[in-house]
Design a protein around this ligand. Structure first.
Ligand SMILES: [Zn+2]
Ligand SMILES: [Zn+2]
Length: 336
């Protein structure tokens, strides 16, 4: 069965990119014949070249052993899990604030929700692959036009994708329908590194769909997305953490990235503070677009949204049902 390995792609033909025939067979064996599987082929082949996919080194391997051992996306997952484990241990040794209740029970609740959201994200991953490979095949998007050096393109795409994340996060606060889902992230009354993974699957569904379009517009490939996601997971785990970071370090970091103090303001139950500091990786978007907010003290912030953030609302099943609870305006200026 032919998969069109000789089609022209940016940077050469796909045939040029085949490291050796054994790998080509391996890709072909597992690619399937659906349109989506065929759309994945050029991308899978392209990212094999820089070694981001590591095919099984054993020529006698059969079946699943022939599948790639690592992809950019599961490398990102590995980095995230390692960073989460380290931060969680550090939070136990150097906590920023004292908390009531077990941090393990809190982590278990947040990670249950993260598992549901992560499973949906994994199911939707082929959509991202499909959009990036379609854009590459048709020369659509900033990085697929061949006018920028690949390294410059990767940096520009990284920065622009972070700008998109700022805009998307802001939309999640300003559009009531999206806020219904995003508020699940904000109802954590004891923020720590596990809060970075506390998202409703609905929010993952919407963001993945819109991201397909953004990736195509920017012409990003899977390796560029994985690079962004790897940096992003490190920064968001850090800025959600309940880690005591020296003030000077925090102040220096905030010149470029979003440090814990800045994101703690975003998790304040005060509406004006919740609707500020939307940055994901870079902190300068908030300064640029007028949503940057500081406070005199950071150690007395009450986390939550002023409603649906009590102990009864922290159970995973209730959090999953939260988007269907009313959006009533509270007199205190909070917004559930
Ligand atoms: Zn938010
Ligand atoms: Zn957050």
């Amino acid at each position: 069965m032919s998969y069109g390995f000789n089609r022209r792609v940016p940077g050469g033909t796909l045939t040029d990119m085949q490291p050796n025939p054994r790998e080509a067979v391996s890709v072909e064996m597992h690619a399937g014949s659906s349109p989506m599987a065929q759309a994945r082929l050029p991308l899978l082949t392209a990212i094999q070249r820089p070694g981001l996919i590591t095919p099984s080194g054993d020529p006698r391997a059969t079946g699943f052993a022939r599948l790639p051992r690592a992809t950019p996306m599961n490398a990102y997952t590995l980095v995230g899990l390692t960073a989460l484990t380290l931060l969680f241990a550090l939070e136990g040794a150097l906590p920023y604030y004292r908390r009531d209740g077990s941090r393990y029970a809190h982590a278990l609740r947040n990670l249950s929700l993260a598992l549901a959201a992560g499973a949906l994200g994994a199911l939707m991953a082929p959509l991202l692959l499909w959009s990036t490979s379609l854009a590459a095949e048709h020369g659509i998007g900033l990085c697929n036009m061949g006018e920028l050096h690949p390294a410059i393109c990767a940096v520009v795409a990284f920065v622009l994708f972070d700008l998109w994340m700022y805009a998307w996060h802001r939309a999640n606060h300003e559009i009531p329908f999206l806020w219904r889902f995003h508020r699940v992230h904000h109802t954590d009354s004891a923020m720590d590194s596990t809060t970075a993974l506390r998202f409703h699957p609905g929010e993952i569904l919407f963001s993945t769909l819109v991201n397909c379009l953004v990736l195509a517009v920017l012409g990003m490939n899977l390796a560029m997305l994985a690079l962004y996601k790897t940096v992003m997971i490190l920064v968001i785990l850090f800025h959600h953490s309940n880690l005591r970071v020296p003030d000077r370090l925090d102040q220096r970091l905030r010149q470029i990235i979003v440090p814990p103090s800045m994101h703690r303001v975003h998790h304040s139950h005060q509406r004006a503070e919740t609707n500020s500091n939307y940055g994901t990786v870079f902190s300068f978007w908030d300064r640029l677009f007028g949503s940057y907010r500081t406070r005199a003290r950071y150690d007395d912030i009450r986390f939550g949204i002023g409603a649906y953030d009590g102990p009864d609302w922290q159970r995973p099943l209730r959090l999953l049902a939260l988007p269907w609870r009313p959006l009533t305006q509270l007199p205190s200026g909070n917004h559930p």
